[in-house]
Design a protein around this ligand. Structure first.
Ligand SMILES: [Zn+2]
Ligand SMILES: [Zn+2]
Length: 206
């Protein structure tokens, strides 16, 4: 005998079993894309987690901060190029070896500072983008903590540290971790097709 859906007694439970409440689910009642299977009621409960709203706040901050970090890094690299250009116009005193090597050293330094920010900046922005879709817990950690490399470029040091601390708070919350583990963005969370049964669960908890 096949198990029936907990919300639709006439349907076979081909959507699996909800990993949180154990309800048998038909394909329609299983939250689309959830793995392991999850029912909509449990997703609603997870969405109501105390700290879940911080996911998107953190995601937006990471996208902005990561973007700025990458832009600053790119500017440093470009600036190194400008310096090289400007120095090329200054005549070098013959036999003065230090001034001959100066452009290379300067440009390398700017490029190095720049690249230590472009990479982490891009990763941080990507991590923010994934988090905005309630996904990518690992990339979120890497992006937030990787932003600390911006300390080397001094411009982003205070904001990078503040962001890493905020991310550490948000990403270590149990309700946040549970919500991201579902791997489904909020907009794709489908409501169940059985309002009569769902009504009891959607009334507000105290
Ligand atoms: Zn459930
Ligand atoms: Zn169903």
């Amino acid at each position: 005998m096949d198990a029936k859906c907990g919300h639709h007694p006439d349907r076979v439970a081909d959507g699996g079993t909800c990993a949180r409440c154990g309800t048998y689910l038909c394909a329609e009642c299983r939250v689309e894309g959830s793995d392991p299977a999850l029912c909509s009621s449990c997703l609603t409960l997870l969405d109501r987690g105390k700290d879940v709203r911080h996911i998107r706040i953190l995601a937006i901050l990471m996208m902005i901060h990561g973007g700025l970090l990458a832009a600053m890094g790119a500017y440093y690299v470009l600036f190194g190029g400008f310096v090289l250009d400007a120095l090329a116009d200054i005549p070098v005193a013959p036999g003065d070896e230090s001034s001959e090597f100066l452009p290379e050293i300067l440009v390398s330094a700017f490029a190095l500072i720049g690249l230590t920010q472009v990479g982490p900046g891009v990763v941080q922005a990507l991590g923010g983008w994934r988090l905005f879709q309630y996904r990518g817990l690992a990339l979120g950690w890497i992006g937030a903590l990787g932003g600390l490399l911006g300390v080397l470029g001094c411009y982003c040091a205070p904001t990078g540290i503040a962001l890493a601390m905020y991310a550490t708070y948000v990403l270590s919350r149990d309700d946040v971790r549970a919500r991201i583990a579902v791997g489904v963005p909020p907009s794709r969370a489908k409501k169940p097709a059985a309002p009569s049964l769902d009504a009891t669960e959607s009334t507000d908890a105290p």
